[in-house]
Design a protein around this ligand. Sequence first.
Ligand code: 4NP
Length: 165
Amino acid sequence: MIRVCFVCLGNICRSPQAEGIFRRMVTEAGLQDVVHVDSAGTSAYHEGELADPRTRAASRRHGLELTSRSRPFTARDLDEFDYVLAMDSSVLGALQRMARTPAQRERLHLLLELDPTSATHEVPDPYSSGPDGFELVYQLCRSGCEHLLERVKRDLADRETSKRR
Ligand code: 4NP
C-alpha cells in the first residue's frame, strides 16, 4: 500500500481538489486497492466542512464530485503517509517545522516539484480569488497528480521487484 496525503491551509480549496483528482486517476489506473488517498489542512479553521462551494463548482465542471470533509493534519500523519504533498511553500514550511525525524522530512514534497515541466512550484491560495483562481488550482493539481501517479507506479514496480529478489 502507498499512502498519499495532500495538504493546504484550510483543506477546503486546494488539497480536496488534488485528493479528488488523484483518487479518480488511481481508480482509472485500477490501483484503488494499493494506493490510499487523503487530504488535510495545517489549520483547523474549517474542520468538518465540505470543500468550498467554488472548489466543488470547479471540479464539477470537470465531472468530479468532491465529498471529503476538512480535517487538520496531525503529527501522526507524518508517520502514516509515504507522500505528504504541500500545495505551497508556506504549507511546506509548517510541515517541516512539525517533522521530528529525517524519515518524516523525506516524505514532504511540494506537489508541483514532482512536475519537471511546471513553470511554478506553488498552487496559489484561491480563497480570495474569482472563478479563474479555482480553475487554475484544478489545472495545476491535475498536472501535478499526473506526475505523482507516474512516481507512485514506479514505487509499486520497485516494491514488486525487491519482493521477488
Ligand atoms: P485552502 O484555501 O488552503 O486551499 O483550503 C484556504 C481556505 C480557507 C482559508 C485560507 C485558504 N481561510 O483563511 O479561511
